[in-house]
Design a protein around this ligand. Structure first.
Ligand SMILES: [Zn+2]
Length: 233
């Protein structure tokens, strides 16, 4: 924490600190820096030089200070950004070159980059959201069609396909369904009201499937909702 960051009630809670570290993905949030914040210092030791910077300063006289913002709000996640020690010093010594809007944009860019890396980005059109879901849905449809329980082997309880199907449900189908739900949740504002019902049904299906194959095994699994075929279509 630099001397410009007066603490007191503008000091973030421990939970907020964890969130800021997660938000940064472990790299300085200045997009032209992006230095890794954890440094191997040898002898199997690791240290970090991440610092929590205030966007609007903790005190009104500090960098980007604004007396109209209530003191507790200055210690909230929205007003804080994780930077390397160098960038923290630079943004606080040159606040005119690093205004509030710029630091907020850094945070937003990192959030978008992390989501994109995880394949859970928010999309601007229904076509984009559908395209993001399609590879996962396609793979699941293919597995279901080739070794799913609707095939003839269901009459033979010892069929090899049954074991293959069980394995694929855990290794591929359930992870793909969770990925589809993440994408849908990130694009919820693009859903129609009817589609929200389809997604609720999908969530029940995924919960049931997850419990049956990875949990207590006892739950009945609702069917994969037919409406998924036209989601975002
Ligand atoms: Zn930096």
């Amino acid at each position: 924490m630099s001397s410009a960051c007066v603490l007191g009630t503008a000091n973030p809670t421990q939970a907020t600190r964890y969130q800021l570290w997660a938000d940064s993905a472990g790299y300085c949030c200045n997009p032209i820096c992006q230095n890794p914040l954890f440094v191997d210092v040898g002898m199997a030791l690791t240290t970090h030089f991440g610092e929590i910077a205030h966007i609007i300063a903790a005190s009104p006289g500090g960098p980007r200070g604004d007396a109209t913002v209530p003191v507790p709000n200055r210690g909230e996640r929205e007003n804080l950004v994780l930077l390397c020690a160098n960038c923290h010093t630079v943004v606080d010594k040159t606040p005119d070159s690093h205004p509030v809007e710029m630091l907020l944009a850094w945070k937003e860019q990192r959030r978008a980059a992390v989501e994109a890396a995880l394949g859970i980005a928010g999309h601007t059109t229904r076509e984009q959201a559908r395209a993001a879901i399609e590879p996962f849905a396609h793979q699941n449809r293919h597995i279901h069609r080739t070794i799913g329980p609707d095939n003839d082997y269901r009459f033979d309880p010892n069929a090899e396909e049954a074991a293959m199907w069980d394995r694929e449900v855990v290794a591929t189908i359930i992870p793909n369904l969770h990925q589809i739900l993440r994408i849908v949740d990130a694009n919820r504002e693009l859903l129609t009201d009817e589609e929200k019902d389809v997604v609720a049904a999908l969530r029940s299906h995924v919960d049931g499937l997850t419990h049956r194959h990875l949990g207590d095994g006892g739950l009945r699994v609702s069917r994969y909702p037919a409406g998924m075929e036209n989601l975002f279509a």
